[in-house]
Design a binder for this molecule. Structure first.
Ligand code: UDP
Length: 243
């Protein structure tokens, strides 16, 4: 952990994070909140310690990705609930990568829950709380100017590389990476980069031995011990990386 940057104006408050300006125009300060939401914020709760766990898990995973060649917005963790990131203009397209069918894919297409997919499925959603993040195709994003063709191709390639790296890491931790959501942005020089967070709020993790859910599905489905699951993910990452 390093020196705490100046905490400037609150620029944005989302469901799980607050974003503040700093005295460096290229950097922002992200505060991870304890709030937990699901079903487009219809279900809400606060869990003491959740923000700290997600800040630590996300910092660890962004560092692992950067160390393995996936450039991203994470700069450094500054304390338990804050991290510094590069300032980015977020592309309003959420990308979901799936290795196993579950969640909205099963609801939408009626395929078997738990079906192992023959290759990773990459889906795009339009980032809009008002519309409930509807599923879109590549051409919607291009037509409506959310991202261009080249950016979308780059995004898909990065998503597949992130999936390869994270699936491999979690496999070594005894965890199946079921699916996850990524967001991308453009920095001040127009460079496309992975952004947002990678945590049990945005990924599905199943224990390889017991198939227990170790992610936000414990909250969505009222399975109990949500924080225990997040703690387990962090404990296994700490053991693996010796932190
Ligand atoms: N996800 C997310 N934010 C969203 C929607 C989905 O982080 O707004 C993540 C979710 O945690 C899961 C993956 O993306 O790891 C796929 O979610 P799915 O489409 O199955 O949605 P859900 O079942 O949560 O409605």
């Amino acid at each position: 952990m390093t020196s705490f940057p100046s905490k400037g104006r609150l620029l944005y408050e989302g469901k799980a994070k607050r974003i503040y300006a700093t005295d460096n125009s290229d950097e922002l300060l992200v505060e991870y909140k304890n709030s937990l939401t699901a079903f487009n914020a219809l279900k809400k709760d606060t869990l003491e310690g959740k923000g700290e766990l997600n800040n630590k898990i996300s910092s660890c995973l962004f560092k692992y990705l950067a160390d393995n060649g996936v450039e991203n917005h994470w700069v450094r963790q500054v304390d338990d609930i804050h991290q510094v990131v590069r300032s980015m203009t977020i592309i309003p397209v959420e990308v979901i990568v799936r290795n196993i069918a579950t969640g909205s894919l099963v609801k939408r297409l009626g395929v078997q829950d738990g079906l192992k997919l023959a290759f990773p499925l990459v889906e795009y959603c339009y980032k809009s709380d008002e519309l409930g993040d509807p599923l879109i195709i590549h051409d919607h994003a291009v037509l409506f100017g959310w991202a261009d063709d080249e950016q979308l191709n780059q995004i898909k390639a990065i998503c597949l590389e992130v999936n390869r790296l994270l699936a491999n890491l979690f496999d070594r931790l005894g965890i199946i990476l079921v699916d996850f959501k990524l967001e991308f942005g453009l920095d001040s020089r127009g460079r496309l980069m992975l952004a947002d967070e990678v945590s049990p709020d945005t990924c599905r993790f199943w224990d390889k031995e017991t198939m227990a859910k170790l992610d936000k599905d414990r909250f969505r489905q009222d399975l109990g011990d949500v924080l225990g699951a997040y703690r387990e993910i962090w404990a296994r990452l700490q053991r693996h990386f010796g932190i």
